[in-house]
Design a protein around this ligand. Structure first.
Ligand SMILES: NC(=O)c1ccc[n+]([C@@H]2O[C@H](COP(=O)([O-])OP(=O)(O)OC[C@H]3O[C@@H](n4cnc5c(N)ncnc54)[C@H](O)[C@@H]3O)[C@@H](O)[C@H]2O)c1
Length: 390
């Protein structure tokens, strides 16, 4: 290679003086001094979520948006306009067919990517990004079939240095990390029960989200956020699940909507922990809400509330540390890219794997109307998600 730098070497030189051991806050201090070389970032998919991510990234002066790819022209134009207005320079535009993103992966001038495409695209795009040694922030879920998850895991083993952040932005909250650490140290004793639910409003989001083959269904498209919390706290996976639920309730006249309108699942974890989770779209005003709680022998944890409540005590113990959501999650990704440190991310591929596997277990139990074990889910032969012809 002579004196040609790899992308990773280039980033390290570009961030001169920021060796190992530096912190994210040190990086932010550097950022404000404008001494760091900007990271050149591309986007694939700038619909609802991609645009929200783009608006956040535009707040980082040390990140340039140099290329955007989207196959829906109005979405592409909107994103290009946004960047041009904010930065005075229009990124390169891509989107000539569903596989044009491959040209982005080939471009040497990119340091990293943000990918926010519909779920059926995740496994192939993530595998190809890994194979291209391209750092990426990829939206959840990791994949919507067990084969898709394994494909990414195998590819990841061959590219351990690629920085990957999965879009579980709840993982960026440091007060939450603090209370979860306390629980893992035994603050609430042995975990006995998990009480989880997400009651969305009554309705349909339309588009690909109504189509199970494209979204994976709600236990993959949406509830993986909660499953990532379960993984974060327990650091293990359920042994088995039993699920019941119904489709065609919200839009009975629309045969194209085949996602599950509501379901309830029981997850059996090791050591007697039982987690129940209810999820649905059949909630009139006043009936929506979420619960992300664990009960232990000595107290309880409210995960999204960031506090513990010990038995016999009046006051809750609140998590200490800064909050954090999408912006901090993205910031953590770019800091890890600069550092060339895949382990620095809040939610890496292992989070994506763990959360997707819970979704897949629940979906298989629902479809087969029986208790399904984790091993049975792992061996599910279902094909990779459908994609358009190249
Ligand atoms: N982390 C979160 O809280 C959160 C919130 C919403 C959505 N999401 C996730 O973000 C992803 C996108 O969801 P959305 O709501 O933005 O969907 P969307 O339909 O609004 O946007 C998807 C975009 O991807 C583009 N696209 C599709 N195939 C493409 C291809 N082959 N090449 C280039 N562009 C392509 C579409 O044209 C569209 O603009 C999903 O995985 C979803 O689960 C995450």
């Amino acid at each position: 290679m002579g004196n040609v730098l790899t992308r990773r070497e280039f980033l390290k030189v570009g961030s001169a003086g920021l060796g190992f051991g530096f912190t994210a806050s040190a990086l932010r201090a550097q950022e404000s001094k404008e001494t760091v070389k900007p990271l050149r970032c591309g986007f694939i998919g700038v619909g609802g979520r991609g645009t929200a991510l783009l608006r956040n990234v535009l707040q980082f002066q040390d990140v340039e948006i140099v290329a955007i790819c989207d196959i829906t022209p109005p979405n592409l134009q909107r994103a290009l306009d946004l960047v041009e207005k904010a930065r005075g320079k229009r990124p390169d535009a891509w989107g000539d067919g569903p596989y044009d993103y491959r040209n982005l992966l080939r471009r040497d001038y990119l340091d990293c990517l943000v990918i926010a495409t519909p779920c059926n695209w995740h496994s192939i795009m993530y595998v190809e990004a890994l194979n291209a040694d391209m750092h990426f922030y990829g939206e959840k879920p990791l994949a919507i079939t067990a084969r898709g998850v394994k494909w990414i895991q195998t590819t990841r083993e061959q590219h351990p240095e690629v920085v990957v952040q999965i879009g579980f932005q709840w993982g960026a909250n440091r007060a939450r990390a603090h209370v979860i650490r306390r629980v893992q140290e035994g603050a609430i004793g042995e975990l006995i029960e998990g009480r989880f639910h997400r009651y969305n409003r009554w309705g349909s989001l339309g588009r690909w989200l109504d189509d199970r083959r494209l979204s994976g269904d709600w236990m993959l498209e949406q509830a993986v956020h909660e499953f990532n919390l379960m993984w974060w706290v327990t650091q293990t996976h359920p042994l088995a699940a039993y699920t019941v639920g119904r489709a065609h309730v919200v839009a009975p006249d629309n045969p194209k909507r085949d996602v599950t309108d509501f379901y309830t699942t029981i997850l059996e974890y090791p050591a007697g922990l039982i987690v129940h989770y209810a999820h649905g779209w059949i909630n009139p005003p006043g009936f929506t809400g979420m619960s992300t709680r664990f009960i232990g022998t000595k107290g309880a944890l409210d995960v999204l509330g960031n506090y513990l409540q010990l038995r016999g005590q009046k006051e809750p113990l609140k998590g200490e540390g800064p909050g954090g959501d999408t912006r901090e999650h993205l910031r953590n990704f770019f800091d890890a890219v600069r550092a060339g440190e895949p382990k620095m991310v809040y939610c890496g591929i292992e989070n994506g794997v763990a959360a997707s596997y819970v979704g897949l277990l629940i979906r298989k139990a629902l479809d087969e109307k029986r208790r399904v074990t984790f091993e049975e889910m792992l061996n599910d032969p279902q094909d990779l998600p459908p994609l358009p012809a190249a």
